[in-house]
Design a protein around this ligand. Structure first.
Ligand SMILES: [Zn+2]
Length: 139
């Protein structure tokens, strides 16, 4: 659990603004005492990448949930890690699927879909990297 001012922070979801881009449904931690809000540490790097991409594409709003297929229960649970091998496998499958779709989107010359898929790929490769680096110890 995260603490702030000695109080435990509350998990919630909300909209954050990155420059002019609004990102909806971002998992957040909220301190009931000083009302500080921060991006949930488990999705911090994914949020940064997604916000950067969306901002770079001149997007005015996006939905975090469309890109990061993270289980809410897992994000907000206290236990550290479950099965990182299975998680890595799942992320790899999602990357494969997105690459297939990207080929389809190119064939259809659907620019908007291509942009969305590229964003999703960026978020998922970041996630895979994180899983891989966290897996090095102990094995
Ligand atoms: Zn606080």
């Amino acid at each position: 659990m995260s603490f702030c001012c000695g109080a435990s922070m509350i998990g919630t979801k909300g909209t954050l603004t990155h420059y002019r881009t609004q990102v909806h449904n971002v998992p957040l931690l909220y301190c009931p005492v000083c009302q500080r809000i921060e991006v949930h540490y488990k999705v911090e790097s994914e949020y940064e990448i997604l916000a950067e991409y969306a901002h770079g594409d001149g997007e005015s709003e996006i939905d975090f949930q469309d890109y990061v297929l993270e289980d809410d229960a897992e994000i907000f649970s206290n236990c550290v890690s479950v099965d990182s091998d299975n998680k890595m496998e799942a992320v790899r499958n999602q990357i494969d699927l997105s690459l297939d779709l990207l080929a389809v989107a190119k064939q259809m010359e659907d620019k908007r879909w291509q942009i969305e898929l590229k964003r999703r790929l960026a978020v998922m490769s970041q996630k895979l990297e994180k899983l891989q680096s966290g897996n090095g110890r102990g094995a």
